[in-house]
Design a protein around this ligand. Structure first.
Ligand code: BG6
Length: 523
C-alpha cells in the first residue's frame, strides 16, 4: 500500500518521500472554511508533488446544494486564492477527481447515497476500497455522522464495495471537558476501532514540532543534559496576532485553555519532556507521551491562582493598526468571561524533571506571531571571570523556533575580539529555510498523507486525550464557578502584571516575544 519514491532534492538525498497508496477521501463539511482553506489546498500540494496515488478521488459532503461542477469551481477559486498556489499546471487534473454530495447529516438517506456513490467511484478510480472519512464539521455532529457511517455499513472494513482500510479523521476540539471527551471516545469507539481513528492536532504536523524528537533522540549531545541536573526551566510560547476573527461563535464557548492549551500546548510539552520510546512505532511513541502526561502534577484546587492566569484582550494596536477588544468583536457576548490568554506553571513529577518549572503561555492579539520552546540551562556554579566584571554570566538557552521562521538557536558566551577581557552573548542559529531551501510543508499535508498511509504516530490516542482533559477539567470548573472576569490586556501589549507575576515570583522572566529573523533575536 505504501510506495517509496526518491526525493528530487540533492540536499536531502537520504530522504525518501512517502507516497499514498490508492485511496479515497470523503470530507464532511466540504463547503466549509477548514476544507477550503486547509484540506483542499494541502491535497492539491500533495497531488502536485506526486505524493498521491493516481488512483485517488475526493468526495465532499455538505449541507449546501452544489453539483460536482460547482464544487470544482469553488475549489479552483480557493486554490488560486491561497498563498501556496504556485501554478495551474495540475489544476484541471486535480479538480477532475473531486465530487460532491449534499444532504442532511441526520438523514440516513444521505449515507445510502454516499455508499452508492463511493461504490461507483471506487470502481471508476480503482481505489481498492481504501477510504478516509474526514469530519470537518462542528463537533456536535461527530456522533451523528459516525453512527450513520456505522449503520450504513460504511465504517466497516469489508462491506461490499468498500473492501480495504477505512479510517476516520476527527478534528479538534475533541470534547470540552473530561466527561464529554470520554463520551465522544465511547460513541466513536462503538463504531470504529482505535486503529481506525485519527484525532488531529495540527501542531503535530508542523515540521519543527516533529523535529523535537529528532533533535533529542538522534543526537548524542542533548540527552545527557536534558534533565533537572542541567536545565533550569522550560518556556513554551504560542503567541498570535490574530483575534477571534470570524470564529467568535465557537471561540466564545471555548477560550484559550480549550482551544490551544489542552491540545497544541500539552502536545509540545510531551515531546519536549517524554522519555525515549523503545522504537519509533506509533504506539511506542504514544505510550511515552501518555506516560509523561500522567506525570504532570495535578493542580492544588485551592491554589490555582499560583499556577494559572487568564486574560482577555481589550482594544489596542497591532503593527500600528487599531484593533477592537474581545468584547467588541462580532458574535462575542458583551459580558463574556472567555479567556483569550492563558499562562501556566507546571511541574512534572518524575526523576528527569523533578523541580524544573515549565512556564507556558498562549494568547491572541499579542504583538507578534511567535511560537517557540526555550530550554534555559542552569547558571554556572561560579564565574571565573568576576575579576573582569562578569560576576553573573547569562545561562545558555536552546530555542526551538516553531513559527513563523523555523529553526534552532543556541546562545552562549564568547570573548569579544580585543585586548580587554570582554564578553558577549552570541547565538548559533540554524534556519530550516536557509539550509534546505524549501518552504515548509503545511501541517495538514503531512497529516493527510499519514492518514492515507495508515501511520498514527502524529495523532492523539484515546488515553492521551482523556488524561489531558482530566488534568484541566478541575481548572475549567473552578473558572466557571469564579464570578470574576479574566485580567485585561491591551491588544498588542504582550503581557500584563498578573501574568508576569506568575514567573517573576520565581526570580525568572518571560522571554521577549519576537517574530523577526533568527539573527536579531535571542540576545
Ligand atoms: C487552532 C486554533 O487550532 O490553531 C486557532 O483553533 C489558532 O484559534 C490556531 O489560531 C493556531 O494555529 P497556527 O498553526 O496558526 O499556530
Amino acid at each position: 500500500m505504501q510506495e517509496i519514491k526518491p526525493s528530487v532534492d540533492d540536499r536531502v538525498k537520504l530522504c525518501a518521500e512517502t507516497v499514498a497508496g490508492p485511496s479515497a477521501l470523503v470530507v464532511f463539511g466540504a463547503s466549509g472554511d477548514l476544507t477550503h482553506r486547509k484540506l483542499l489546498v494541502s491535497m492539491f500540494k500533495l497531488f502536485t508533488q506526486e505524493l498521491l496515488s493516481d488512483r485517488f478521488y475526493l468526495l465532499g459532503c455538505g449541507r449546501k446544494k452544489f453539483s460536482d461542477e460547482d464544487f470544482r469551481s469553488k475549489t479552483e477559486k480557493s486554490l488560486r486564492d491561497s498563498s501556496d498556489f504556485l501554478s495551474s499546471k495540475h489544476l484541471d487534473a486535480f479538480v477532475s477527481k473531486l465530487y460532491y454530495i449534499d444532504g442532511d447529516y441526520n438523514d440516513a438517506d444521505l449515507y445510502e447515497h454516499i455508499a452508492s456513490r463511493v461504490a461507483e467511484l471506487n470502481r471508476k478510480h480503482n481505489v481498492g476500497g481504501n477510504l478516509v472519512f474526514y469530519l470537518a464539521v462542528p463537533p456536535f455532529l461527530y456522533t451523528t455522522i459516525v453512527e450513520h457511517l456505522d449503520s450504513s455499513g460504511l465504517a466497516r472494513t469489508s462491506s461490499p464495495g468498500t473492501e480495504g482500510q477505512v479510517r476516520l479523521v476527527v478534528e479538534k476540539p475533541f470534547g470540552r471537558d473530561l466527561q464529554s471527551a470520554v463520551d465522544l471516545n465511547n460513541s466513536i469507539g462503538r463504531c470504529f476501532k482505535e486503529s481506525q481513528i485519527y484525532r488531529i492536532d495540527h501542531y503535530l504536523g508542523k515540521e519543527t514540532v516533529q523535529n523535537i524528537l529528532m533533535l533529542r533522540f538522534a543526537n548524542a549531545i542533548f540527552e545527557p543534559v536534558w534533565n533537572r541536573n542541567y536545565i533550569d526551566s522550560v518556556q513554551i510560547t504560542i503567541a498570535e496576532t490574530d483575534g477571534v476573527q470570524h470564529r467568535a461563535g465557537y471561540y466564545d464557548t471555548s477560550g484559550a485553555l480549550r482551544d490551544m492549551f489542552q491540545n497544541h500546548m500539552l502536545q509540545m510539552v510531551t515531546l519536549v519532556a517524554m522519555e525515549p520510546p523503545i522504537s519509533f512505532e506509533a504506539d511506542r511513541v504514544r505510550d511515552e507521551k501518555v506516560r509523561l502526561l500522567r506525570s504532570i502534577r495535578p493542580f492544588d484546587i485551592d491554589k490555582f491562582d499560583d499556577f494559572w492566569v487568564r486574560g482577555q484582550y481589550g482594544p489596542g494596536s497591532i503593527n500600528g493598526k487599531q484593533v477592537k477588544g474581545y468584547l467588541e468583536e462580532v458574535g462575542v457576548k458583551p459580558d463574556s468571561k472567555t479567556e483569550t490568554f492563558v499562562a501556566a506553571k507546571l511541574f512534572i513529577d518524575n526523576w528527569r524533571w523533578q523541580g524544573v518549572p515549565f512556564y507556558l503561555r498562549t494568547g491572541k492579539r499579542l504583538p507578534v506571531k511567535d511560537t517557540e520552546i526555550a530550554i534555559t540551562f542552569k547558571k554556572l556554579p561560579y564565574s571565573l571571570f568576576s575579576s573582569a566584571g562578569f560576576d553573573e554570566l547569562p545561562p545558555n538557552v536552546l530555542v526551538l523556533k516553531i513559527q513563523p521562521e523555523e529553526g534552532i538557536a543556541l546562545s552562549f558566551q564568547a570573548k569579544r575580539p580585543g585586548s580587554k577581557m570582554c564578553m558577549s552573548t552570541l547565538n548559533m542559529n540554524f534556519s530550516y529555510k536557509s539550509v534546505f531551501y524549501v518552504d515548509m510543508p503545511e501541517a495538514y499535508e503531512r497529516l493527510l498523507l499519514d492518514c492515507m498511509v495508515g501511520d498514527q504516530t502524529l495523532f492523539t490516542r484515546q488515553d492521551d486525550i482523556e488524561i489531558s482533559w482530566r488534568l484541566l477539567t478541575p481548572l475549567l470548573q473552578a473558572w466557571d464557578r469564579d464570578s470574576s472576569a479574566p485580567h485585561k490586556y491591551a491588544a498588542g501589549s504582550g503581557s500584563f502584571p498578573e501574568a508576569d507575576k506568575l514567573i517573576d515570583t520565581d526570580g525568572r522572566r518571560w522571554r521577549k516575544l519576537a517574530a523577526k529573523s533568527m539573527y536579531d533575536h535571542y540576545q
